[in-house]
Design a protein around this ligand. Structure first.
Ligand SMILES: Nc1ncnc2c1ncn2[C@@H]1O[C@H](COP(=O)(O)OP(=O)(O)OP(=O)(O)O)[C@@H](O)[C@H]1O
Length: 240
């Protein structure tokens, strides 16, 4: 599969087939093409050559309505958490369930009870039940990202696309957020495609590592069969 933006050949013949429930880490330097790849999976970009199949659907061939339907099956986690800072953690998580409701809601008690229970459960699953009534702009970065993950869980997604989810967090919070995502993926069975700058984090949490450089996959391997040394060597060889 290829993706060009004008003369910029951003993805140059990449092939990737993730297995259901797999945690795939896309590692690589800035500009390697990781975000572009994730955008191709959610229908934000269209491949210049080759096809993309996401949950059995080619997003490029979807009508707007089908693309919306496909995106309800895909959870997103971004570097900027995308929370409403002045609202509580619980309200932010409830907003993840809005897709199932006809009307916008104003205040926790206007949400159906079943949804409130699920939101509380999801906050508990990310370890933040005690913080549910706290404004999210008063939480730490790691806590905010875990609220965003709890909000995403409301969707019951089959695939989660995480674009640099820990880029703005310190190392300890990064590990905690990624381990939470990994645990939830194992429990619920959703597949994760996660772009990361840090190879050490990818080694800690992923099932599979795909190293990207200049739009090519220079390594695609089960995480258990590689280590930091091999990945560094592969990058050094790709540079020369
Ligand atoms: N919408 C766009 N229009 C034109 N060029 C783009 C667009 N999106 C990305 N690119 C180009 O594609 C290349 C890869 O960018 P991409 O954001 O995919 O890299 P990345 O590996 O995700 O980097 P980072 O880790 O910094 O996010 C860059 O050269 C970028 O300028």
């Amino acid at each position: 599969m290829h993706k060009r933006f004008g003369d910029n050949h951003v993805l140059q013949g990449v092939e990737l087939k993730a297995h259901p429930g797999e945690f795939v880490a896309l590692v690589g330097p800035s500009g390697a093409g990781k975000s572009t790849l994730l955008q191709l999976l959610n229908g934000g970009h269209v491949a210049t050559e080759g096809t993309v199949s996401v949950l059995g659907v080619n997003p490029a061939q979807c009508s707007r309505r089908h693309l919306r339907e496909l995106r309800t099956r895909i959870g997103f986690v971004f570097q900027q958490f995308g929370l409403v800072g002045r609202l509580s953690a619980l309200e932010n998580v409830l907003m993840g369930g809005l897709g199932s409701l006809k009307m916008p809601r104003y205040g926790i008690m206007t949400y159906p009870r079943a949804l409130r229970e699920r939101a509380n459960e999801n906050l508990e699953r990310v370890g933040l039940l005690d913080f549910r009534f706290q404004r999210t702009d008063t939480l730490s970065g790691g806590q905010q990202q875990r609220v965003a993950i709890a909000r995403m869980l409301m969707q019951d997604a089959e695939l989660v696309l995480a674009d640099e989810p820990v880029a703005s967090l310190d190392p300890a919070a990064s590990v905690s957020v990624l381990e939470t995502l990994k645990k939830l993926s194992a429990e619920d069975g959703f597949t994760v495609m996660c772009s990361l700058h840090q190879v050490d984090l990818a080694l800690q949490v992923s099932d599979r590592i795909v190293a990207v450089r200049d739009g090519r996959f220079i390594l695609d391997t089960p995480t258990s069969q590689t280590d930091e040394q091999e990945i560094r060597t592969v990058y050094a060889a790709a540079r020369s």
